[in-house]
Write a protein that binds this ligand. Structure first.
Ligand code: NAD
Length: 285
């Protein structure tokens, strides 16, 4: 068996096209243009690239982006003041703070200052709580993007065993809540899990978000499984790779995402989708 590749780039392009069409239709009806405030603190090279991609994606679909590029010396107090202003700004439907923040910031505290209805990253405890209660509002972009991928290739979730490797608040944990909501039986593995391979071998749907290159061995993949690799790892030679041993895993899996070109593009497309849905909810349109 050789797995079919899940083309996240193409699927994300389709999502962006639909968003653009919806925004064009809004503007034709005389409705307001959606707005996203993007905050970048410091000059981390990866964050700078991510922010540039997000702003460009906004422009392409017709979302106005308000860019706040701030020095790493910026204080937490000043950041909270800025967030409070953006919470009240009627042109801003979504607020995105590029993580990680420099070490003198308390990220959890900062995220809690974003108005939940503008939290287009879906990281605010209110939005995570809504997801946990299966009544989501704004859903964390990467896990929600994975659900869109699974829907697109028509992978059934109900009753199937999903194993999630990684339990962070922004990726692994909401991923497990999404798959639970989709009807999977879930197992969540993390760095204290003993005998990781025993769990991975049972997965009908495997999602890895550990951030550790090659941690998932191809031989562990259950024949016919769907493998979603969220990990983005930069090797010493500059190559970007996932968590899964791709070349070995394709021999067992039925479907697999590549890295790059799998989940990554879906994250950005989902951010746009969340911004549009925040606008529509705000304007009641
Ligand atoms: P994190 O470091 O906050 O969390 C990693 C999680 O993996 C933790 O729960 C940890 O316990 C677990 N883990 C680490 N090593 C493990 C091991 N050996 N066995 C089992 N569990 C292990 O990272 P994060 O922010 O959740 O991101 C995870 C990965 O996803 C990173 O590579 C990140 O770059 C990537 N990411 C990708 C996208 C995307 O759009 N594709 C978006 C966000 C994050």
């Amino acid at each position: 068996m050789t797995a079919q590749i899940i083309d996240g780039k193409a699927i994300a392009a389709g999502v962006r096209k639909d968003i653009k069409a919806e925004i064009d239709a809004r503007l034709n009806k005389g409705l307001r243009q959606p707005g996203l405030a993007v905050i970048l603190i410091g000059d981390d090279p990866a964050s700078t690239i991510y922010v540039r991609n997000k702003r460009q994606a906004c422009e392409e679909v017709g979302i106005k982006s308000f860019y706040h590029e701030l020095p790493s010396s910026f204080s937490q107090e000043a950041l909270i003041t800025l967030i409070t202003q953006l919470n009240q700004d009627t042109q801003v439907d979504g607020i995105l703070i590029q993580l990680p923040l420099p070490s003198h910031f308390e990220s959890d505290k900062v995220i809690e200052c974003i108005a939940p209805e503008k939290d287009v990253d879906g990281f605010h405890p209110y939005n995570l709580g809504r997801l946990a209660q299966r009544r989501p509002l704004l859903r964390p972009c990467t896990p929600y993007g994975v659900i869109t991928l699974l829907d697109h290739i028509k992978i059934p979730c109900k009753g199937r065993h999903a194993v999630i490797v990684g339990a962070s608040n922004i990726v692994g944990l909401p991923m497990s809540l999404e798959l639970l909501m989709a009807g999977c039986t879930i197992t969540v593995c993390h760095s204290l899990t003993e005998d990781l391979s025993d769990y991975v071998k049972q997965a009908d749907i495997l999602v890895s978000a550990a951030g550790s290159p090659g941690i998932i061995k191809g031989a562990w993949i259950k024949p016919g499984a769907t493998v979603i690799d969220i990990g983005i790892n930069r090797l010493e030679d500059g190559t970007i790779t996932g968590d899964v041993e791709f070349n070995a895993a394709i021999k067992n899996a039925a479907w697999i995402t590549p890295v790059p070109g799998g989940v990554g593009p879906m994250t950005v497309a989902t951010l746009l989708k969340n911004t549009l849905s925040a606008t529509a909810r705000y304007d009641n349109t």
